[in-house]
Design a protein around this ligand. Structure first.
Ligand code: PMP
Length: 397
């Protein structure tokens, strides 16, 4: 039912968004995630999912999900602290802690909630939160919500962080960064950030949503890949809806950290636990991450193929060796036009525009997966070449 005064109040902002070509729209899928998807009735080769290892539709993961639902039902029924904490959640937490080499791990229902709960449980009024300016929205929102003094530092700039920390008289200092930046695909320089944070009595927190499962020989993530000791990064967070192909997130660290989150993280305490079958499915995907290292090899081969091909086309890539491979376009409308030309050729790539990325840096965010074939990546490159040719006359201002 329309509501006259509500709708009249909301209308102008929606109209303005449309006028700025910033209006966001959802697409409807009628297939599982995978290299080929059915979107709004069309078959497309998808290059925009975060299913980096091809586990979201893996038979072992589906089987574990079914068995979990047969055993424990669908809904968890309550929050973890009331009566929703099942043996599947518990076993997954123990397996995640062991895999990450930490004392404990704690499951959250989403990554957004893990960041919100962790930051607000650790810092508040009188404290300082220091964040890379390109951090994911959930870390930025968490910093604002915490009530701590919120200071951003320049992207991947440990010296700027050092100046911020040196000038701070905050009681507690939490430094939070993405391990892999979600819109640029580059990695945080963790060795240097940890050195700076530790020298100024800061606690380093890494959100490894896009590194966990993909980076490092074992797939244990960005710390593993950069040879950073656990002690250097006392707060490790990663999500389960990307490389692991399921849903949810976890924080791993010391006994004291995890007990603190259980007591004080409001987005942990006041929300329904994930369905236990999701935890059961995630246990299966965590086993695949460990047993099938070839998935990372395949992924890295597709990344290299895409980068080599895109460079040969003269495209502007970013400093990324990860599955997130943005093609910098600049102008919003040009990025949108290229995405729609690619779609006409059968390829689904999303254009990312402000405010998600800084003004003037609209891009095609290409994400690669171990499940893509060489032929599919080659097909995307040739569709990109054709689309660029068609749009050669549409110049960025
Ligand atoms: N952190 C980063 C870096 C992310 O990219 C995302 C998801 N896009 C999140 C946190 C949020 O995770 P979730 O989708 O599980 O809420």
């Amino acid at each position: 039912m329309p509501h006259a005064s509500l709708d009249a109040a909301l209308g102008p902002a929606l109209t303005a968004r449309r006028a700025q070509s910033l209006y966001r729209q959802r697409r409807t899928l009628a297939s599982p995630q995978g290299p080929e998807v059915v979107v709004d009735g069309r078959h497309l080769v998808g290059f925009c999912s975060n299913d980096y290892l091809g586990l979201a539709n893996h038979p072992d993961v589906i089987k574990a999900f079914r068995a979990g639902a047969d055993d424990l039902g669908v809904g968890s029924g309550a929050s973890h602290l009331v009566c929703g904490h099942s043996r599947e959640h518990h076993a997954l937490e123990e397996e995640l802690a062991a895999f990450c080499g930490r004392e404990r791990a704690l499951l959250f229902s989403t990554g957004y909630m893990a960041n919100l709960g962790t930051v607000t449980a650790l810092v508040g009024k009188g404290d300082g939160i220091f964040e890379d300016r390109l951090n994911h929205a959930s870390l930025l929102d968490a910093g604002l919500l915490s009530g701590a003094r919120f200071q951003r530092f320049s992207h991947n700039d440990p010296e700027h962080l050092e100046r911020r920390l040196a000038g701070s008289d905050a009681r507690r200092r939490l430094v939070a960064v993405d391990g892999v930046f979600s819109m640029d695909g580059d990695c945080a320089p963790l060795v240097d950030l940890a050195r700076v944070a530790n020298a100024h009595d800061g606690w380093l927190m890494v959100d490894d949503a896009h590194g966990f499962g993909c980076l490092g020989e074992r797939g244990a993530g960005t710390l593993d890949a950069q040879g950073v000791a656990e002690a250097q990064v006392p707060i490790y967070m990663a999500t389960l809806g990307k490389a692991l192909g399921t849903a949810g997130a976890f924080v791993a660290g010391s006994e004291a950290l995890i007990e603190t989150l259980i007591q004080f993280a409001r987005s942990y305490i006041y929300t329904t636990a994930l369905p236990p079958a999701v935890a059961a499915a995630t246990r299966a995907s965590l086993r695949l991450v460990q047993e099938e290292a070839w998935r990372r090899t395949e992924l890295n081969e597709r990344i290299a193929q895409f980068r080599d091909g895109a460079r040969a086309l003269g495209l502007t890539l970013m400093d990324s060796r990860t599955a997130v491979q943005p093609v910098l376009i600049g102008d919003d409308r040009r990025a949108l036009a290229l995405a729609s030309a690619l779609e006409q050729k059968g390829y689904w790539v999303v254009a990312i525009r402000p405010p998600t990325v800084p003004k003037g840096s609209a891009r095609l965010r290409v994400t690669l997966s171990a499940s893509h074939s060489r032929a599919q990546v080659a097909g995307l490159l040739s569709a990109l070449a054709d689309s660029l040719h068609e749009f050669a006359s549409v110049e960025a201002p």
